[in-house]
Design a protein around this ligand. Structure first.
Ligand SMILES: Nc1ncnc2c1ncn2[C@@H]1O[C@H](COP(=O)(O)OP(=O)(O)OP(=O)(O)O)[C@@H](O)[C@H]1O
Length: 235
């Protein structure tokens, strides 16, 4: 039986002084599922990701991750919950340029004991987990000590993916992470990401404008299909 990883119920959200941006009656992402979410610029995709991470709080309704209602947690508990259970890959990758590749990949384990412990259990040490992930993602071991800002875009993207995956978070969120790559590199990267998510049992929520990637996922959705507020705007 599949189990819900994310559950949204009657979610409403508006930025201060603006009309309601999101009005989502119900949405579920199953454990282990990969979902492609598309929507035009400004439709609220990044805002939704912020709500799923507990960075923003809903105006009404609930956002549940692993059965916990994020709005009921204190701000510090939400931050802990996010780093324990969610890995992010951002469009600009957001690597810390002055840190080495290894330090970048290991960052979530510095902030989350849960992820550090899982990395140790699976690979013996956090260092070994970082090295294994980078190898799986096709990066040579001699890159580990290099500064992140000395890498190519494709290499930075793989480092960002390894950072999201280390310590096996249950959810990996990727916000337009392939827009800097050409079509072949995009698909190759995605296949690596799927393989790693599958091995870790993680769900993948992937936001993109690039419709050509949609068939690679278990499910593809447009935000407008979920969001009654967008239908109101388009009508
Ligand atoms: N921090 C913020 N404060 C106020 N308004 C915001 C903030 N972030 C986003 N918005 C507004 O919310 C709306 C949706 O923005 P959002 O970034 O969620 O869309 P998006 O679908 O991710 O767009 P894109 O594809 O261009 O990244 C926009 O009108 C934007 O101006």
């Amino acid at each position: 039986m599949s189990q819900a990883l994310i559950e949204l119920n009657d979610l409403g959200f508006a930025w201060p002084g603006q009309a309601e941006l999101l009005d989502i009656p119900a949405f579920t992402l199953d454990a282990g599922e990969s979902l492609f979410l598309k929507g035009p610029s400004g439709s609220g995709k990044t805002t939704l990701l912020g709500l799923l991470g507990g960075v923003q709080k809903p105006g009404r309704g609930s956002v549940k991750l692993l059965g916990s209602d994020l709005a009921q947690l204190s701000a510090s508990a939400r931050d802990r919950f996010r780093v324990d259970h969610t890995g992010y890959i951002f469009q600009q990758f957001n690597l810390l340029p002055f840190l080495s590749v290894r330090e970048n990949v290991e960052l979530p384990c510095r902030f989350s004991k849960t992820r550090a412990e899982r990395a140790r259990q699976r690979h013996g040490s956090v260092d070994a987990a970082a090295a294994a992930l980078l190898e799986h993602l096709g990066l040579q071991a001699d890159l580990l000590q290099r500064r992140a800002d000395s890498l190519s875009i494709g290499q930075q993207q793989r480092v960002a993916a390894a950072r999201a995956l280390i310590g096996q978070p249950e959810l990996v969120i990727a916000d337009e992470p392939t827009s800097a790559l050409d079509a072949d590199a995009r698909e190759a990267f995605l296949r690596l990401l799927f393989a790693e998510c599958r091995e870790a049992g993680a769900s993948l929520l992937f936001v993109s404008h690039d419709q050509s990637l949609a068939p690679l996922f278990d499910r593809a959705l447009s935000l407008a299909e979920l969001n009654r507020a967008s239908r109101a705007v388009e009508a």
